[in-house]
Design a protein around this ligand. Structure first.
Ligand SMILES: O=C(O)c1ccc[n+]([C@@H]2O[C@H](COP(=O)([O-])O)[C@@H](O)[C@H]2O)c1
Ligand SMILES: Cc1cc2nc[nH]c2cc1C
Length: 583
């Protein structure tokens, strides 16, 4: 019998085969996992090495772009490879000019971010200008009838293909979108029917970001999948409104707060950091702080196995004694909490000695194990401490407090905080280790050596939970749990000193959305605190050279926050007071 001719690329599978094994088209697990890994670890790169990308590597990347899907197989993408440094310098000039034109629309942090991106145009040895050729509007393209923009969408698919293929090669891609298309058109002789969609910097990366840069900077966080997926039909309560994501900052409230600030009787911005504070508070809670602000003050206490190596000036008994004194309102935090009318909860999550009277007994273990001998905590102890912290934060939130102020007591915990900060960020122990309760120069050297040894013993590249188990402390882990719980409930979290900042950093690594919900009360004299706050992207309200802990700095900042709330709510506007605005 004569068979019809088989076209090349014909599907050789048989219906019976497909029915018997509907999943037979799948790839082996390792191949599938590799695809997902490359997708998950794609990053927008800003810093590049000057070394050239070999021609065969570039060829594979460009072929991937050209294999993109396109509506009606129109293949509208056109790629201009820009190698000439003079051209790239001119592109940088054009983008920089545009950036300066719009400078006042961005704060210092955003501005710095954009500047770095623009530098990539010159740093990266290759620019790829991805254009979309709109073609002849008279020519009918299959599938394009009602949606003419499908050519742009198809070109965007080519960009993503290129990006993923580059990532798989270890080649960095940075997308610069800060130019006027007309400028690029003129510079590169691009005809009018063709649209330059993207300038991509391409080269070996001089950074290897673990997380997206904008996430690390606290600019935003990836929404949970459930916020963007709906079942069967559009539902407003299911969908995440773009400007007011359920878990992201409430930008509408923040902008409303800024608008009001600008109308109050004062030059715009003249209340400085207090205005930024109000905006952030509004982004978290939807409103400015109340003038009578009652905080829930959570002080978690625990002990640390490594103090046998001389990492603190004090003995471990002191942690329990200070926790007891705090519960009796005799320590600094005890006095400040009582004086301010706040609700204080002192919890033993890992003290070496029995839980003293007045302190909540949630002891997970009698201190951590020595992290030079093995992991400080077991995975089960990490989970228990996270849960204990979350439960405590939930209890205070249910009590109706206006924010959660977090503090800690734990002899040796500046060493633990330093080790954890280094494990989470790759920071140098020389920068992360400080004098704690006041060790001398020899003590400082000892602490640094202990942290170095611990990091060496437990290895680099630990995931957050692994890092918490390897070198963590029970009060830090409990505070991580508390920060997660409070920020999920949109209760502002006011950090205190070094250990609380590192605990919050661990929380942001478990859930990047947390970064939006925390505030820094002060910068302590402990040297690594600055590093931790920078990593969190937080500007402290106060710098009083405190280094006490217990939530004392947070408690000192609370009256200032309440005052900022009163100013915002109670000052009159220019219009109300009949004061003339700026000329
Ligand atoms: O808040 C800070 O930044 C801070 C800086 C230095 C020391 N501390 C407190 O002192 C203890 C830790 O110090 P150390 O020397 O024992 O590691 C612990 O109880 C902390 O509350 C706290
Ligand atoms: C006395 C004392 C009080 C503290 N409060 C918090 N950490 C502390 C450490 C010491 C040593």
């Amino acid at each position: 019998m004569l068979r019809p001719p088989t076209p090349s690329g014909f599907d050789a599978s048989r219906a019976a085969e497909r029915a018997a094994d509907p999943t037979g088209w799948r790839y082996p697990d390792a191949v599938r996992d590799a695809v997902h890994q490359v997708i998950a670890e794609r990053r927008d790169i800003r810093r590049f090495r000057p070394d050239p990308v070999p021609a065969n590597v570039l060829q594979r990347i460009l072929e991937a772009a050209h294999r993109a899907p396109s509506v009606g197989l129109m293949q509208p993408w056109r790629l201009i490879l820009v190698r000439d440094v003079a051209t790239r310098m001119e592109v940088r000039r054009l983008t920089q000019r545009e950036r300066l034109r719009q400078a006042d629309r961005f704060d210092a942090q955003a501005g710095q971010f954009l500047d770095q991106k623009i530098e990539g145009v010159v740093e990266a040895p290759l620019g790829v200008v991805v254009c979309c050729d709109h073609g002849d509007p008279g020519v009918e393209i299959l599938g394009r009838g009602t949606i003419p923009e499908t050519d742009v969408y198809s070109t965007a698919c080519a960009i993503e293909n290129l990006w993923l293929a580059a990532r798989a090669e270890g080649v960095g891609v940075g997308w610069v979108s800060f130019y006027r298309p007309a400028d690029l058109r003129e510079l590169l002789g691009i005809p009018a029917r063709v649209e330059p969609l993207a300038y991509l910097c391409l080269g070996w990366p001089d950074e290897r970001p673990v997380r997206p840069g904008l996430e690390s900077a606290g600019w935003g966080a990836r929404l949970p999948l459930a916020d963007v997926v709906m079942e069967e039909r559009w539902r407003d309560d299911d969908a995440a409104p773009l400007l007011d994501a359920a878990r992201g900052p409430n930008r509408i409230a923040a902008i409303a707060a800024r608008d009001r600030s600008d109308q109050l009787i004062k030059p715009a911005g003249s209340l400085g950091a207090l205005e930024a504070l109000i905006e952030r508070w509004a982004a978290i809670t939807g409103a400015a702080p109340p003038p009578a602000l009652r905080a829930g003050v959570l002080v978690c206490a625990a002990d640390h196995g490594h103090i046998i190596h001389g990492t603190s000036l004090f003995d471990r008994d002191v942690s329990t004694q200070v926790a007891a004194a705090t519960a009796r309102s005799e320590s600094a935090a005890g006095v400040l909490a009582r004086q301010g009318g706040h609700t204080l909860l002192v919890a033993d999550v890992g003290l070496a000695r029995p839980t003293p009277p007045g302190v909540r007994d949630l002891k997970v273990a009698a201190g951590t194990a020595d992290f030079l001998a093995g992991p400080a905590l077991s995975p089960g102890q990490v989970d228990a401490a996270l849960q204990a912290g979350a439960d405590l934060a939930a209890e205070l939130a249910d009590d109706g407090v206006g924010c959660l102020a977090v503090g800690e007591i734990g002899i040796g915990n500046t060493t633990t905080a330093a080790a954890l900060l280094c494990a989470l960020t790759g920071a140098d122990p020389a920068a992360a280790v400080g004098r704690g309760t006041g060790v001398d120069a020899a003590g400082l050297q000892r602490k640094r050596a202990v942290v170095r040894d611990a990091l060496e013993r437990h290895g680099a590249g630990l995931h957050v939970r692994e890092a918490l188990a390897a070198v963590g402390g029970l009060e830090l882990v409990a505070l991580t749990g508390a920060v997660l719980e409070a920020t999920h409930r949109r209760l502002p979290v006011l950090l205190d000193g070094y250990a609380t900042a590192v605990a919050a950093l661990a929380a942001t690594r478990l859930d990047p959305a947390v970064a939006e919900g925390v505030l820094a009360s002060h910068r302590s004299a402990e040297q690594g605190h600055r590093l931790a706050l920078d990593e969190l992207g937080l500007e402290p309200l106060l710098d009083l050279r405190l280094r006490l802990g217990e939530a004392s700095g947070a408690l000192l900042a609370l009256p200032l926050i309440a005052a900022a709330g009163a100013l915002h709510r109670e000052m009159a506007t220019f219009a109300e007071a009949g004061v003339s605005g700026p000329r």
